[in-house]
Design a protein around this ligand. Structure first.
Ligand code: PAF
Length: 271
């Protein structure tokens, strides 16, 4: 596996090229994206770049877990051909242009983190332009990010095929995330409740599609509140446009964001 820092070196003798954009701190969720890309393409490129523009000033940019040599070993074992690990100055020689995807960026994560998706959309477009992949792979754990990237690609005619893969979970159901390492042992023990509650909401809705979504949301939020979570949002949404839906329709998903201590967890499940 080659480690590249300069975008001018991103030349690939074979195609198709699959691309997995990441911020490092790899876990099984990242590795699954890399292995899928390695199976489906002749060359797999992974970017490792902790993107400062998607963190608000009070967020955890300086504390974000970083270990390039461990990540490089894991990527190589997953079949990655090129690890693109640029510096901040390489990606942002200046910050005069920004990509904003309106509508789909605005609710849920966009309300809690108002500058986040402009940072994500801008860096993803820049990385697409540097790597010029045939296919790009994203995890559905960040459901709204997938919707934002899909809309940006459609709106700006970016020539890339997007592939979205289901969330990889720990054996107790907790969605894998680079931030799980920050959970205290007590909070780590309760964290899987988030998934268990979402899974129960999905099966309740499947069993009775006419049930009131509003009352399901109220009951589940109150229950999670009693168990120590601070629920920021819990909703049934159409994942294409991230609009809330009042009754079940095919493809809709339950989404949640909740704080446990100082740690914010997000998750979602299909109905
Ligand atoms: O999902 C992530 O790790 C990041 O948001 C991404 C897509 C790599 C952009 O920085």
């Amino acid at each position: 596996m080659k480690i590249v820092r300069d975008p001018a070196e991103l030349e690939f003798p074979v195609r198709p090229v699959g691309f997995v954009p990441t911020m490092g701190a790899f876990h099984e969720g990242h590795l699954e994206l890399m292995r899928t890309s390695a199976r489906e393409n002749d060359c797999t490129v992974v970017s490792l770049f902790v993107n400062p523009t998607q963190f608000a000033p009070h967020e955890d940019l300086s504390k974000y877990p970083r270990n390039e040599s461990r990540d490089a070993e894991m990527a190589e074992a997953a079949g990655v051909d090129v690890l693109f690990a640029p510096t901040v100055d390489t990606i942002y020689p200046r910050r005069t242009t920004e990509v904003r995807v309106s509508g789909v960026s605005e609710r849920f994560e966009g309300e809690v983190r108002p500058t986040h998706f402009a940072g994500v959309a801008t860096v993803v477009l820049k990385l697409f332009n540097m790597v010029r992949p045939d296919r790009a792979y994203f995890g559905l754990k960040d459901l709204q990010q997938c919707a934002v990237v899909r809309r940006m690609v459609e709106d700006l005619n970016v020539p890339v095929e997007l592939r979205f893969l289901e969330t990889v979970r720990e054996s107790d159901g907790l969605a894998m995330s680079s931030r799980n390492v920050y959970l205290s042992s007590e909070d780590r023990a309760i964290a899987p409740r988030l998934y268990q509650v979402l899974a129960r909401l999905a099966s309740t809705l499947r069993a009775d599609p006419q049930v009131s979504v509003q009352s399901l949301v109220e009951d589940a939020s109150a229950q999670l509140g009693r168990e120590g979570f601070e629920v920021q949002y819990l909703a049934l949404v159409d994942p294409q446009n991230m609009e809330p839906v009042a009754i079940f329709h095919p493809g809709c998903r339950w989404i949640i964001a909740a704080k446990l201590g100082n740690i914010r967890l997000i998750d979602n499940v299909p109905v």
